[in-house]
Design a protein around this ligand. Structure first.
Ligand code: CP3
Length: 356
């Protein structure tokens, strides 16, 4: 039922995991951020009548929605259907995801007292997640499941702004005005992200991605001093083989991070996700040879004509050859208006161009 990823017989030997580690692959692996979601009619049908954050806590829905794009497109990985705000929601923070807007927080974090009042996530609150991941791993066979979490900075932007924001001015103001509370807030968020990831890895996820979607609004100096240590703490907190945690590849992604790529490459991940603004060969020069890269087709290209899509896919594949390993993806999530057949064609084309 589920398409087989490359020639692997286990997820640990899949092209996705191998590319992440810089090992030879049978062909370049491909998956799409937001591959599960509104571009798929079968997703819209299944989600009808259930709130986003409720569906993320229903193991049957999570399993089915996660599998939908794997069946339809033959991608080389599944990504867990969930959301970056879920650990906060489960811990008791009042958050709603408003359709077309994003996460909205009932009582934003605006003071030192608000930071200290933020509830901690208890591992026992994530049983539904372990159940969903376990079920998915059983269904997926040799296709790897990517688990994920939101990075401390990106989660802090939602908590402080109270919802989506362009400039993140309140977030930066808090960061400068209350450096100690800022550090405590990001420290708490790092612990919760590590717990969220650890649950997914223990239940069988084969790779993890840390989404720091909005880190690109920061200068390199602020990122290095006030944010990066907390993202590194997520990877450290996830643990390693000596601590009894399965050793799975780590992917670290943000948007508009061109100036931050050398720092992100140094934060502890095996793979750096790159958006469409920096060509992959240039990204490799900035990151260095000891990391793989993921990306970086502009999601808007998928709305263009067939020849443009093909030309741009070829360009990304060619530029990706500069890396020790390349995971083909978009530079950010699939836009809801994308024709799903175009996504399927991109998967076929990447495989065709890179089969060895
Ligand atoms: O397919 C996948 O990528 C896995 C599922 C996934 C979702 N959110 C499901 C979702 C993942 C990995 C995320 C991560 C996420 N959530 C991020 C980081 C990735 C990125 O896009 O930068 C962020 C910033 C969020 C917060 C969030 N949740 C936003 C901005 C939105 C979009 C609001 C909208 O309607 O435009 C959401 C909602 C959301 N998360 C949807 C999905 C499928 C849409 C829900 C719907 O069907 O209405």
């Amino acid at each position: 039922m589920t398409p087989v990823a490359g020639s692997a017989t286990t997820p640990a030997d899949s092209d996705l995991v191998r590319a992440a580690r810089g090992l030879p692959v049978s062909r370049t692996p491909v998956w799409f951020m937001r591959q599960a979601g509104r571009s798929l009619p079968e997703y819209r049908e299944l989600r009808a009548g259930t709130k986003m954050l409720d569906s993320c806590q229903d193991p049957d829905l999570v399993t089915e929605i996660t599998l939908q794009p794997v069946r339809r497109h033959g991608v080389d990985a599944a990504i867990l259907f969930s959301d970056i705000v879920l650990p906060l929601v489960v811990a008791g923070v009042d958050i709603e995801i408003k359709p077309g807007i994003g996460p909205v927080i009932a009582s934003p974090v605006r003071s030192v007292a608000d930071v200290d009042a933020l509830p901690d996530l208890e591992p026992g609150q994530l049983d539904f997640l372990a159940t969903a991941v376990g079920r998915l791993v059983g269904e997926l066979g040799a296709t790897p499941l990517i688990g994920f979490a939101g990075a401390p900075f990106t989660l802090a932007t939602y908590l402080i702004e109270g919802g989506p924001s362009k400039e993140h001015a309140r977030t930066k103001a808090f960061m400068y005005a209350e450096p100690e509370a800022w550090s405590r807030l990001l420290g708490k968020l790092a612990v919760s992200a590590a717990t969220f990831l650890r649950t997914q890895v223990d239940a069988g996820a084969s790779a993890v991605q840390l989404f720091d979607s909005w880190a690109g609004v920061l200068s390199a100096v602020d990122y290095a001093e006030r944010v990066l240590p907390h993202s590194r703490a997520v990877f450290d907190g996830l643990g390693n083989r000596e601590q009894g945690v399965r050793d799975v590849p780590r992917i670290h992604f943000g948007v508009a991070t061109g100036e931050l790529l050398p720092l992100i490459g140094d934060a502890g991940a095996d793979v750096v996700g790159v958006d469409w603004r920096v060509p992959l060969d240039e990204a490799v020069r900035r990151i260095g040879p000891s990391r793989s890269v993921q990306g970086n087709l502009d999601p808007a290209v998928l709305l263009a004509d067939r020849d443009t899509v093909e030309r741009e896919v070829r360009r990304v594949v060619d530029q990706g050859r500069a890396a020790r390993g390349h995971i083909f993806n978009l530079g950010h999530g699939v836009l809801p208006e994308t024709d799903p057949d175009v996504l399927t064609r991109v998967v076929e084309l990447v495989h065709e161009l890179t089969s060895r």
